[in-house]
Design a protein around this ligand. Sequence first.
Ligand SMILES: Cc1ncc(COP(=O)(O)O)c(C=O)c1O
Length: 447
Amino acid sequence: MTNRKITRRQAIATASAGTLGALTTLPFTSINLSNTTKLAIHGGNKVRSATWPAWPVWDPAAETDMLQMLRSGRWWRGRGEYVEEFEKQYASLMGTKRCLATASGTTALLVAMHVLGVDAGDEVLVSPYTFIATYNVIFMSKALPVFIDTDPETFLINPEDMEGKITDRTSAILPVHIYGLPVDMDKVMAVARKHNLKVIEDACQAWLGEYKGKKLGTLGDLGCFSFQNSKNLPTGEGGAIVGNNDDIMDRCHSFHNCGRPFGSVERSSEYPMRGSNRRMQQYQAITLLSQMKRIQADADRRLENALYLDKKLNEIPGIKTYRLVTEEARSAYHMYPFRFISEEFGGVKREKFIEALRAEGIACSPGYGPQNKEGIIEEALSSKGYKRLFSESRLRQWREQNHLPGNDRLCREAVIFGQNMLLGTRSDMDDIAHAILKIYENRESLR
Ligand SMILES: Cc1ncc(COP(=O)(O)O)c(C=O)c1O
């Protein structure tokens, strides 16, 4: 492969000739172009028949601990040495003073919100481009999610859209490092400091991602992680909160353990604060301890492959890889995202492109839809509780503000690959680029 850059205009002009002869002038000289004549969706040969790396990967070395724990009957964290060991190791990996393991990422967010004082009738600034759990937890806290528009180029919260949406009820910001891409935390923290807001990072997809030398999830007041089965650090279901403030982390511990005293939480009664059962179990911790042995090497491999893929895909007209918010950041890649610009791809619809890419043997999906328009919103806002907590005029204004052109655009253009694909080889990445290029060359047949 050559790294020679061509301009988008040159590429379009060259490739629009639509012949294999023209293709050789595109910068994929290492790719075998012999099967570019007919798309697989139209009965041609697929670019790739091999499967992608399987996920999750079980390490048999963990079986001794698992069996021992099962036989011991010490299955819960009350007497659970593995959960504590995981907390110690995860805090050290993240570079924080403390970690609290939880039953899931959702429960981690719920605990963090409660302890940081997000209360009924509050408002929380949040990105709409996320898994639904992010704002479900705001609703569960009886607060109002105030959506901040997404910057389609970064796939992330647009910090410029935050200040105008702050009211006297706003108590927190919930930035989401979606797909493991780092949010511009300097800008988020500046707004938070100016308006005295708490910051809870949804780092549920961002293990080992970095921003200016710090791990994602360690820049705000608290950071929350998920270890659900598909995640880069998986254990079926599981989560964690990380932080540096002992008092806050003690309160998180108490809350997640039914409000029982812990550390600095007052011991004047058996249940000095409200709480819930959000505890992690021992088997979850054993799996995590074993999965943590591979997480750094996996993260390095994903990054290396993603950077390689970036270079290749950026040379194809109509394909736009995401923009990193600063050079001093590192993405964790729970997904590899790019935008598909139909107008630059001969007017082919994104859905058709995805169908054609899948037919070539490249697993992909369109990512999140415009969830700020989901049924959950009206279901919540028209409920008895929300009508009590928020005035009619505030809810009307909220509905009027719920227009997010950046997010809508991203939801129309995004295409994503799973993190397991980035654990493949260079030649696997070439397959991806080759398939997209083949579709580009045959774009006329897809319209
Ligand atoms: C961005 C984001 N936030 C929150 C969650 C919730 O985590 P969990 O599924 O572990 O409850 C997830 C999980 O998919 C997520 O991706």
